[in-house]
Ligand binder design. Structure first.
Ligand code: SF4
Ligand code: SF4
Length: 302
């Protein structure tokens, strides 16, 4: 077992979650991502290393963080809080000093034991469908740690769902397949150029891996965000319908309307972020009906 299997960088553990796979789940968010979707709802999870979030609206400009920081990263000038991240080592001293919780440390190194301690508290709620979801970021960027968590969950009879962007070597999927009960697999755009422009790579490998997982007998639910102006067109929804027809063992496709949760999170870490229009429920329902009219199989329709 490698050193990295014992510890990983975690930026959240969501207990009693009902949005990250079937049933009641504990979702473990692992840091790091190998793509950069412009609508990412967890932009703070993209960099692998821990980082500091600053909520300027909450900050009362008291200067306690500036006094606490050994590297001079914070300063209050003319009533403005300036934060120079370049020398920040994410030591967390400023976070502890802030009296109004305007700062937070996003991500910390945890052992598999520490994560499992939380998971096991919730095991009694999982019932027949629930379990643990490994999310991110992209959980497979910390493959060894993810595998260790999967092994431990398996030892306790806990089901695993894995969210993945599909951008990995087949060997990586070979390694995790024996442990994953359900892949929550992203499919974001059908036009390779659009995919490249908004995600950072084309979709060739994603489609190859989807077929590979399907043909290998993995349970896969394809998750498709609707991003206005990017993928809300017939070609894309035709392709989603076709995927569920051509790959009959897929659990189905789930259509997820874009939401703006990432906007404020990106602001807190000074990350660039593109904002899109919200999707009206009637529009989203219309696309779902369209996919079904093309023979597509969906999972989140009444
Ligand atoms: S985390 Fe540490 S180094 Fe970074 S700004 Fe805060 S006190 Fe300074
Ligand atoms: S300690 Fe908190 S409230 Fe005070 S200046 Fe720093 S971030 Fe703002």
């Amino acid at each position: 077992m490698t050193e990295n299997a014992h510890t990983g960088i975690v930026f959240g553990i969501q207990r009693l979650s009902i949005h990250d796979g079937p049933g009641i789940r504990t979702t473990v968010f692992l840091k790091g991502c190998n793509v950069n979707c412009k609508w990412c709802h967890n932009p703070e999870g993209i960099p692998m290393q821990p980082l500091i979030g600053l909520n300027q609206e909450r900050c009362v400009r008291c200067g306690a963080c500036a006094a606490a920081c050994p590297n001079g990263c914070h300063s209050i000038e003319n009533g403005e809080h300036r934060f120079d991240r370049r020398a920040c080592e994410a030591c967390g001293k400023c976070v502890d000093a802030c009296p109004v919780q305007a700062l937070d440390l996003i991500g910390k190194r945890m052992t598999a034991d520490e994560v499992m301690k939380v998971v096991l508290k919730d095991q009694k709620y999982y019932g027949e469908d629930g379990g643990v979801t490994l999310s991110g970021g992209e959980a497979l960027m910390q493959k060894d740690f993810a595998l260790e968590l999967m092994r431990r969950c398996r030892e306790h009879g806990i089901r695993i769902a894995l969210e993945t962007n599909g951008v990995h070597r087949k060997e990586t999927y070979d390694a995790v397949m024996p442990y994953v009960d359900l892949f929550l697999y992203d499919y974001k755009a059908t036009d390779p150029e659009v995919h490249k422009a908004y995600v950072g790579c084309d979709n060739r490998r994603i489609l190859e891996n989807l077929r590979y997982l399907h043909d290998s007998g993995a349970r896969v639910l394809v998750r498709c965000p609707i991003i206005p102006g990017v993928n809300d067109n017939q070609t894309h929804f035709d392709a989603i319908a076709q995927l569920t027809v051509q790959l009959p063992k897929l659990v189905g496709a789930e259509i997820l309307p874009y939401h703006k949760l990432g906007v404020s999170k990106a602001k807190r870490i000074d990350s660039e972020y593109q904002e899109f229009e919200m999707v009206d429920a009637s529009v989203s329902d219309g696309w779902k009906r369209y996919i079904q009219s093309k023979g597509g199989r969906l999972v989140n329709v009444e």
